[in-house]
Design a binder for this molecule. Structure first.
Ligand SMILES: NC(=O)c1ccc[n+]([C@@H]2O[C@H](COP(=O)([O-])OP(=O)(O)OC[C@H]3O[C@@H](n4cnc5c(N)ncnc54)[C@H](O)[C@@H]3O)[C@@H](O)[C@H]2O)c1
Length: 382
């Protein structure tokens, strides 16, 4: 395959995951990173063994060597950084949520179309081998008519009022917290696996702590320590940390989910369960190499990740033999592989989430927030 040079903007948590994935697909050299300032960029470039460091991503955009840019900055920067990438004539791989709201993401969809550049959003849960398998089973009619979808996405890292993150600040995260941050993944995953369109939503949300204690210094400085009153400021919280959502799909199917940042012991518990008129299936991200197939009249089956047994169309999402577990890094690698082989012209199929999908996730999340406010079913218009 053709080889590429990439730059990664933002190297906090997810930026290094992109870099690792790019190195694993083997045809992309990460030549530069950009960070919030020059000293930090240099420190991160050294840690990540990347040759060039930019303290201002706009200087990186002028780097003629770079073909593709990955935007791994916090949400509030996505619109401007993605626009700048596209206007510089580079292909753009963005983190989710695509915009702070659906107006921003719609603008990005239009710009990407106008510039005719490849655009992608990292909804990485699509790319697990057995998620791909589940989608093929639905597509091939193996479950019969899928009439119901359940599931959840639950974490616990914002349980205490002393837990703090930029995701609690609407100026940085957008008009939603848990729904935009992780609900967006679940809604995208369900759209992807079932092929259904979400048409109506009813939501009921909760803000667990009306006030939180925001550390006055670097968050790392306080981790594991008790905050003294002089260490924090009391901040009013309006965004949701927990919520229940009912869904209606275009084919009359029903859905139900629970999304949480505050469920003790749940680390990254993303689950879906599909009920079909013939069979059901369920998948749990924390046991990603297992897909349960539920039967009415015979014992249930546990399908292990095994390329030999998987649908031919998706075997190449599994890279190691059966019994050799694959997880989160494999999903990000598969995402990057799909995008770069499309950029290389080796595949004509857009088998990755695009800005259009990012926009749809923003529209769905907005409907969730609107439904909670009005306590009514809200149509989802995309
Ligand atoms: N797809 C996924 O599974 C997944 C997982 C985590 C985060 N995310 C998304 O990725 C984005 C980043 O999240 P994170 O958890 O890595 O956040 P983070 O806070 O750990 O990292 C953000 C990085 O951006 C850098 N940054 C800030 N201003 C910058 C600037 N002007 N130029 C360049 N870099 C700048 C920060 O210094 C930091 O290193 C968010 O939008 C988040 O929703 C996606």
């Amino acid at each position: 395959m053709k080889t590429f040079k990439a730059g990664v903007i933002g190297t906090g948590y997810i930026g290094p995951a992109h870099i690792e994935a790019l190195r694993r697909i083997g045809v992309v050299e990460v030549t530069a990173i950009a960070e919030a300032n020059q000293p930090l960029a240099e420190k991160k470039a050294q840690q990540l063994s990347v040759p060039k460091a930019y303290g201002d991503y706009r200087r990186m955009l002028a780097d003629k060597d770079i073909d593709v840019l990955h935007n791994c900055t916090p949400n509030f920067m996505h619109l401007q950084v993605n626009k700048d990438i596209l206007n510089a004539g580079k292909h753009c791989i963005s983190e989710k949520p695509l915009g702070m709201n659906s107006r921003e993401s719609a603008e990005l969809v239009s710009l990407a179309q106008e510039k005719r550049l490849v655009n992608a959003v990292n909804f990485n849960y699509r790319y697990y081998p057995l998620v791909q398998q589940a989608r093929m089973m639905v597509k091939n009619g193996e479950l019969g008519r899928v009439f119901a979808v359940q599931g959840c996405y639950m974490q616990d890292w914002l349980l205490y009022d002393t837990d703090w993150s930029w995701r609690l600040d609407p100026q940085m995260a957008g008009g939603s917290r848990v729904m935009g941050d992780i609900g967006s993944h679940w809604f995208d995953l369900i759209r992807f696996v079932t092929g259904k369109k979400i048409v109506k939503i009813f939501a009921d949300l909760l803000t667990l702590h009306e006030y939180r204690k925001k550390p006055k210094g670097e968050i790392e400085t306080f981790s594991g320590k008790e905050l003294r009153p002089e260490d924090y400021e009391k901040v009013k919280i309006d965004s949701e940390g927990y919520g229940h959502v009912l869904l209606q799909f275009d084919d009359g199917g029903k859905g139900m989910t629970c999304i949480s940042h505050v469920s003790s012991g749940r680390k990254n518990h993303i689950v879906f369960e599909l009920d079909g008129t013939g069979k059901s299936i369920w998948w749990d991200h924390e046991r990603p190499n297992e897909l349960m197939i539920g039967h009415r009249n015979e014992p249930n089956q546990l399908m292990l990740k095994d390329a030999v047994l998987m649908d031919n169309a998706v075997k190449d999402y599994a890279h190691y033999p059966a019994g050799h577990n694959e997880g989160y890094p494999t999903a990000v690698k598969n995402f990057c592989r799909n995008v770069y082989r499309y950029i290389a012209g080796e595949s004509q199929e857009i088998d990755f989430a695009t800005f259009e999908d990012g926009h749809i996730a923003d529209v769905v999340v907005e409907a969730v927030i609107e439904s909670h406010k009005t306590q009514k079913w809200v149509p989802v218009d995309y």
